[in-house]
Design a protein around this ligand. Structure first.
Ligand SMILES: Nc1nc2c(ncn2[C@@H]2O[C@H](COP(=O)(O)OP(=O)(O)OP(=O)(O)O)[C@@H](O)[C@H]2O)c(=O)[nH]1
Ligand SMILES: [Mg+2]
Length: 425
């Protein structure tokens, strides 16, 4: 095993960052602690050794889905395909997929015993020790599954995976705080399992308070302290945002909202030359980016690009990003950007409206922008124009630039003359 590989600052599990050293061998990467976290008050557990099994330089993953009987097969398939894309976005590779149909999840282990045995044999056969479930697992379910699979297997759920992707994408101080807060809140009820191995090791009998449990209490306290620090920091940032918002008062504002990967950032770039990062991966954007567009008449409009939505978005994340999204929701017009070429377009639009409703972003003027028209043929285009018609719908290709002028003209129609500010931004 070569020890020359990189030292990586963190290993993430369920969005939690551990301080780790990485030693690469030919096929696998062994990660182990490089010491304790520098900050003694760090809320993260300190000891854990993980072996990551790689294929083509990517972590091998088995995905598991449970289709509730009566749920549409298309919806289920779409959700599983999306899980596969999330795995790719996190840098993994799906090597096997396991499905089960049941009337409802099994309370203790989510999937049935037979399926769990099947999963165990796939794990052993494929030498793949990371399993991701498409639905959220309750803390006890995660523990029971890990136990049933032999304790060496990392079991993650969809929320954990999304948090992990968010953690790797967060760049600004604000996004980092928002993501860490969501991670810790997600982690809190799941701490128990992390120390169970210690309890077992030290042989705490039933009812006895082993070192694991004491550690658990300490962890919870440290974690709660950190959560309140983060909340306070977020509160301060929100205050600064409010002040910034005051400065922008009077300028017409447009927010770009929509499903992840719909093309919001590409559209912002097409309109304002913003050079916002756009990438073919899920959750490319976490930080809202505001840019100005100036009409030839001198009229200014502010466009804000935001974090995308996805089905089963972890509620901790929604909570953390609430203020950022709510700010976008205060815009004069909300543009819902959607990928017209996506087979699940209708579902995407439903997810977006449900999230907006949940965040009480409604009652604003809305435009629907159906993007990526360059990817659809004439028949599909005709079908879409039949289904989504009316003055509030604009077809564009942000990549090629078609329809952008029409969109800008449409926005202009909504700008009341008196709201135009001549203040510099
Ligand atoms: N063919 C085609 N591809 C597009 C178009 N608009 C965006 N894309 C591609 O779609 C992918 C996602 O684009 P982004 O602009 O990053 O999407 P987003 O909505 O900002 O995504 P998140 O930030 O993840 O929420 C990128 O690979 C873009 O190049 C389009 O009009 N046509
Ligand atoms: Mg984006």
């Amino acid at each position: 095993m070569s020890k020359s590989a990189t030292i990586q600052s963190g290993w993430r599990e369920g969005g939690v960052v551990f301080e780790m050293g990485v030693f690469a061998s030919e096929n696998n990467i062994f990660r182990k602690p490089i010491g304790h976290c520098k900050n003694r008050d760090s809320p993260y557990p300190r000891t854990k050794l993980e072996i990551v099994y790689m294929q083509n330089g990517k972590e091998k993953i088995i995905i598991v889905g449970l289709r509730i009987l009566g749920e549409s097969i298309e919806f289920y398939e779409e959700s599983m395909a999306e899980l596969g894309r999330l795995v790719e976005s996190a840098g993994g590779e799906v090597i096997a997929r396991l499905d089960q149909s049941r009337e409802k999840p099994v309370p203790a282990t989510f999937i049935g015993k037979g399926k769990l045995d099947e999963l165990k044999s796939i794990v052993e056969m494929e030498k793949c020790y990371s399993v991701i479930f498409d639905d959220d697992l309750k803390p006890n379910q995660k523990r029971n599954i890990e136990y049933a699979l032999g304790g060496e297997v990392k079991v993650i759920d969809r929320s954990g995976l999304i948090l992990d992707i968010f953690a790797s994408r967060a760049k600004t101080a604000e996004a980092k705080i928002q993501v860490e807060l969501a991670q810790l809140e997600y982690l809190r009820p799941r701490l128990t399992g992390m120390w169970e191995h210690l309890s077992r090791q030290y042989g705490g009998s039933i009812g006895a308070r082993g070192p694991g449990e004491k550690q658990l209490e300490t962890d919870r306290r440290v974690l709660d302290k950190r959560i309140s620090v983060l909340r306070r920091k977020l509160g301060q940032i929100e205050k600064q945002r409010r002040v910034r918002r005051q400065h922008r008062k009077g300028v017409f504002r447009v927010a770009l909202l929509g499903y992840t990967n719909a093309g919001k950032s590409t559209l912002l770039n097409a309109i304002t030359n913003a050079r916002a990062f756009a990438g073919n991966k899920l959750f490319a954007t976490l930080d809202p980016r505001t840019r100005v567009y100036r009409y030839t008449t001198g009229r200014k409009v502010l466009f804000t690009d935001t974090v995308g939505f996805i089905r089963k978005l972890p509620h901790h994340l929604v909570e953390s990003f609430r203020s950022t999204l709510a700010e976008a929701g205060e815009a004069d017009i909300i543009i819902i950007v959607a990928d017209a070429s996506h087979p699940a377009l209708r579902d995407h639009l439903e997810v977006v409206s449900a999230e907006l409703e949940r965040m009480e972003i409604d009652g604003r003027r809305r435009l629907l922008v159906l993007n990526k028209t360059d990817l659809i043929d004439d028949t599909a285009y005709a079908e879409l124009t039949r289904r989504y018609s009316g003055p509030e719908v604009v077809f564009v290709s942000a990549k090629i630039g078609t329809g952008i002028d029409r969109l800008l003209d449409k926005i202009l129609e909504y700008i009341p003359t008196l709201s135009v500010s001549e203040n510099p931004i």
